[in-house]
Design a binder for this molecule. Sequence first.
Ligand SMILES: *Cc1c(COP(=O)(O)O)cnc(C)c1O
Length: 235
Amino acid sequence: MSDVVLPQAQPAGGGLPERLNAVRSGIAAAAASAGRDASELTTIVVTKFHPVALIEELAALGVQDVGESRHQEAQGKAESMAGLDLTWHFVGQVQGKKARQVRAYSTVIHSVDRASLVDALASDASVVDCFIQVNLTDDLGRGGVVPEELDTLVERVLGTTGLRLLGLMAVAPIGTPPRRAFARVRELGERTRRLAPEATSLSMGMSQDYAEAIAEGATHLRIGTAITGKRPLSG
Ligand SMILES: *Cc1c(COP(=O)(O)O)cnc(C)c1O
């Protein structure tokens, strides 16, 4: 984790290796203070809006897991980088009519949030790993299932061929202390495990709050700007 080799020359506008190292150190420190082993954490570098060249640079620095949130962009990148053997995590909202396409290039889908999407992702031919996204806000447009409907959705995933449930995913809502939000996800994860004993993972923690997420049991961190720098066209 700490012995990343810095390249001799940095491209213009560099600093990526330093930022990656800084986040890796931050993760190691947060894990240590939570009494956890950093090796049980998967760090996904979220590369939305960034060019393929940046992902290639990340791959050269030893990054294996990349995250994308917009289907067309993700599909294009995954196709053009098929030779790199990266693990593609889809973290954005999935449109029902694009579900099969998202499934085709994604190793893990973090944003399963409704019954119709579960049905659209069903397959007899292959299995895709997924998280159920939980919405911790009062805004139903946010993506994620509300906690009251979580158990029903868990059962739906368990009853569907072609999906393997890893656990829960969430984004900490703006305006609440992230630690409290992640504690809630941890509780919901425990509840989920009563129905799905193997769904032990928690996808939570981003650039600003990954330390709090690690303290509450995150297993998959989704980190963008702290590693990539500012997004070029983010909207
Ligand atoms: C963009 C994004 C991230 C990364 O956010 P940063 O604040 O840049 O670290 C994580 N999760 C999801 C769902 C995202 O859309």
